[in-house]
Design a protein around this ligand. Structure first.
Ligand code: ADP
Length: 304
């Protein structure tokens, strides 16, 4: 269990996180979202204890992260896999060496290092790039290498900061699919992203930050409030065994909390065709379903 209680963070006297409160249960999949500069990476840094809050407390399994003694902090970091926005791959090591290094520093025996490194490279389709250096990799390959390195020691928590930021949509689908598999195997996943299509594709719990404050914490797509309202409508419709009509106020596609209503990207046509989705608790999701846009587990796509 991860718990943020009254967390604020200042840099140079400027508050970039304000009274942040949330809890993450073991096995949850969370999208931490919000516009650039909202504070997502700051939360990631606090979570990996690269920094400590100015006020408030972050607890993991009841222990205050800011006060963990060094040996316990080391254990915590080994329990936590991280994918950084800029990958942080070691430039003078190959893909295989970068991944293996994460196990070597844990003191694992060579045979375990070799076996687990080969296994995760296979899962992430990196085996034929094992001898390549980071400078020789595509964005997708770098992301997969960073993911492999984060997961090779089988962490309980995976934190990924914009892992789809530098890759094309096809690659993103693979990465999201993989993250869902990892989550279904029991790893808690915290995914920071400002990408609307990623949030929609996953349909999991969304914690949205704006100007360092949480403005939303609910399950659903990017347009969360609409999704949740719609879930109630669909439940009612299911009882009646008829497809629900979209209420007039929901035919607007860009429902959005706050005063800012984002303009459609890539043309409104696409968005008007988009389905609204409804889902049950994240743990009810089957693991092997690809996260094509707007499908997730027991989600029922309903054309708007
Ligand atoms: P996001 O990840 O949502 O884009 P960040 O957490 O990176 O947002 O940044 C939130 C705010 O905190 C920004 O205004 C950013 O400039 C500021 N910030 C982040 N890290 C630092 C730092 N080390 N020093 C000063 N300001 C920082």
């Amino acid at each position: 269990m991860i718990s943020f209680t009254g967390v604020s963070k200042e840099y140079g006297g400027r508050e970039v996180l304000t009274d942040v409160n949330f809890q993450v249960n073991p096995g949850e999949f969370i999208c931490l979202t919000g516009p650039s500069g909202a504070g997502k990476s700051t939360i990631v840094h606090l979570l990996i204890r690269a920094d400590v809050p100015t006020n408030g407390m972050i607890e993991v399994d009841g222990a205050n992260l800011a006060k963990l003694p060094p040996p316990i902090l080391q254990l915590y970091r080994r329990r936590t896999g991280v994918v950084f926005q800029d990958y942080k791959l070691l430039p003078d090591r190959t893909v295989e060496e970068n991944i293996a290094f994460a196990l070597e520093v844990c003191g694992e025996p060579d045979e375990v290092v070799d076996e687990r490194t080969a296994e995760i490279m296979d899962r992430l389709q990196l085996s034929d790039r094992a001898d390549a250096f980071p400078s020789e990799l595509s964005g997708g390959e770098k992301t997969r290498t960073a993911l492999a390195r984060a997961l090779v020691h089988k962490p309980g928590i995976l934190i990924a900061d914009e892992p789809t930021g530098n890759i094309d949509p096809d690659q993103s689908i693979h990465i999201l699919n993989f993250l869902r598999q990892v989550n279904s195997e029991g790893t808690t996943v915290i995914l920071a992203t400002h990408d609307r299509s990623v949030v929609d594709a996953l349909g999991v719990r969304v914690i949205r930050l704006e100007n360092g404050k949480i403005v939303r914490d609910s399950i659903g797509g990017y347009v969360g409030e609409a999704t949740i309202e719609r879930r109630e409508i669909v439940k009612e419709a299911e009882k009646m065994e008829v497809a629900p009509e979209a209420p007039a106020h929901q035919s607007r596609i860009h429902l959005h909390r706050g005063t800012h209503v984002p303009k459609p990207r890539g043309g409104s046509h696409h968005h008007q065709k988009k389905a609204t989705h409804v889902e049950e608790a994240p743990e009810a999701r089957p693991s092997d379903e690809p996260p094509t846009t707007g499908t997730s587990g027991k989600i029922k796509p309903i054309a708007v």
